[in-house]
Design a protein around this ligand. Structure first.
Ligand code: HEC
Length: 176
């Protein structure tokens, strides 16, 4: 009898301990979740705002585009230069433009060079991307119009900024 009672008491203690552990666990989870909330809001708010700005800025105006020195992070170059307003650029959250083709030059630069309609002067993929930024009229991607992409990027992108852009774009491969 006594033995049975002891077992019952032990079980009760165990239950209390398990209950306490659960409470501590729930409290910890609650703390983690609630401490994350404000951080997430802070991180997401500017992103949403940037997307809005890019969305409403369809017309890229030469006077409003600052000179990119190449010291800026790549996403900043794409946004401040207006590329993000017209192009979807994988890896750049706010670049969802549809005026121009999705930039997947890791796959497409090769295709353009091999296109029988290509009559530009680029011989390498690097040169193709450079030419399509500095002299967009050299080759018009099928399905898009000439004279939509600005022709003054040579004046707004330093050699360093241009190199950074080309390097980034050539890494993007088409995902099918
Ligand atoms: C006002 C809209 C607009 C802006 C701003 C713009 N582009 Fe374009 N872009 C286009 C259009 C339209 C085409 C397709 C026609 C053509 O080939 O010229 C194009 C074509 C391209 C191509 C060739 C793509 C391919 O698949 O062959 C590249 C590369 C490119 N743009 C890069 C850029 C970069 C980098 C910037 C910013 C420095 C930029 N564009 C800014 C509209 C734009």
């Amino acid at each position: 009898m006594a033995g049975e009672k002891k077992t019952f008491q032990l079980d009760k203690e165990t239950l209390v301990i398990i209950g306490a552990v659960c409470l501590v666990f729930l409290w910890t989870v609650d703390r983690i979740v609630s401490s994350k909330d404000p951080v997430e809001i802070v991180l997401e708010a500017p992103k949403a705002k940037q997307a809005e700005q890019v969305e409403t800025k369809k017309e890229v105006n030469k006077a409003n585009v600052p000179l990119a020195t190449g010291a800026e992070p790549i996403d900043k170059i794409f946004i401040q230069s207006g590329c993000a307003a017209c192009h979807t650029i994988p890896g750049i959250e706010v670049a969802r433009g549809r005026e121009g083709p999705k930039l997947e030059l890791g796959t497409n630069a090769r295709k353009r060079l091999a296109d029988p309609n290509y009559h530009g002067s680029a011989e390498t993929e690097w040169e193709y991307v450079q030419e399509s930024i500095l002299n967009p009229g050299a080759f018009i991607v099928e399905g898009y119009r000439d004279r939509v992409m600005p022709r003054w990027y040579g004046q707004k992108l330093s050699a360093g900024a241009l190199d950074k852009i080309i390097k980034y774009l050539l890494k993007i491969e088409e995902v099918t």
